[in-house]
Design a protein around this ligand. Sequence first.
Ligand code: AMP
Length: 430
Amino acid sequence: MATLKAVRGTRDLLPPDTALWNHVEATARAVFARYGFGEIRTPIFEETTLFARGVGEETDIVSKEMYTWEDRGRAEGSSGQSLTLRPENTAGVVRAYIEHKMADTGMLQKLFYIGPQFRRERPQRGRYRQFWQIGAEVLGPAWSGSDSALRDAEVLEMLATFLNELGVKGWKLELNSVGSSTDRPRYLEALREALAPVKHLLCEDNQRRAETNPLRVLDSKEPGDQEIINNLPKIADYLDDASKEHFAQVLAALDACGVPYAINPRLVRGLDYYTRTTFEFTVPDGSGLGTQNALLGGGRYDGLSEMLGGPKAPGIGFAIGEDRLILTLQAQAGEATAKKLDAFIAPMGVAQNALALALAQELRRAGLSVEVGDGSFRLKKSFDAADKLARQMIILGEDEAASGVLTVKNFNKGEQTKVARAELVEALRG
Ligand code: AMP
């Protein structure tokens, strides 16, 4: 029989790696809480229309990467519904914002999420078909201050703090402004004009993008097209005064907080809903990501709520690629090693098994991490297992059971001592 494997592009996360995943998520929860964020959990699948409208029909995500199916109606003849595994979480959060009438509170909403996303991309290191994102959104009616440049800078400063607390080395923040919905058409017009005479020189993908979505040409990493792309008009020259002022305020606030950044005029990002500030954090080569060096990305989306049929609700958000963050931390710190347990109890005969389990119960209740061997093990086997799993081994034989004095072997120190049962917890903590 053919052996069953995890589907291409998906993977199992196993210990000891999962300890690092939990540490990253705990750090995110702790840092985000200090900035007033609360957690939101939206469904893993939504109506396909949500992503078609929210992310944009012309994006790679919607046009070719979504897992979509027709959900059959229960009753014969009842119509089906097109559903999609979420390829990102911003559209879902904004749908929830509208559905739960969060605008009615008049307050700024600060929401974060942690969860899997699904895109049918070509799998490689740092790119999966099921991957995890840690993201956050700040949105609300304009009078809640949701369109203020202060919010953009606050989110960026929070991300810098988060990466620093995790100990990510060498991260770089690149940002840009892609203007408002009024700047965009003027820029697109200029871009189309500049592309018209050179379009035939571009690669096939970029020729198509030049037609359907010229902004995407700027994203392209195709080596042969770089010279043409570098000479295309820059969006900064097409921003109206309000967008320019907004961007200047973001930069001034970042300066005030001492967050380093670089402006990248080509950073337009892959999703259609972005307005004004867009950004990406990357890590240097050699950080374990290969060519996928974008750790996280995000931006402002002042028109998204209205695009989804909701009230005007300017907002800004980001999504961190958790898989990539973990790969980076592992590459920068060396391979993850399992944290050792405090103690391994080795019963010296099957008759001591019950006592061993009772002792483990007592130690675990005292907060120690403990594994129990088995009375059928030879002493050598107990030693080998204990050495792999734990810092210390407790020998529990007939004598020890009778006298209440236990033998404790400390593997780090290489010494063996006798410890009275009453002092055991203290001694093991050591
Ligand atoms: P996006 O939602 O496309 O703006 O992506 C935000 C972040 O999610 C990226 O910077 C990546 O770190 C991560 N990401 C996007 N797609 C994938 C994928 N297929 N596999 C792993 N991480 C991804």
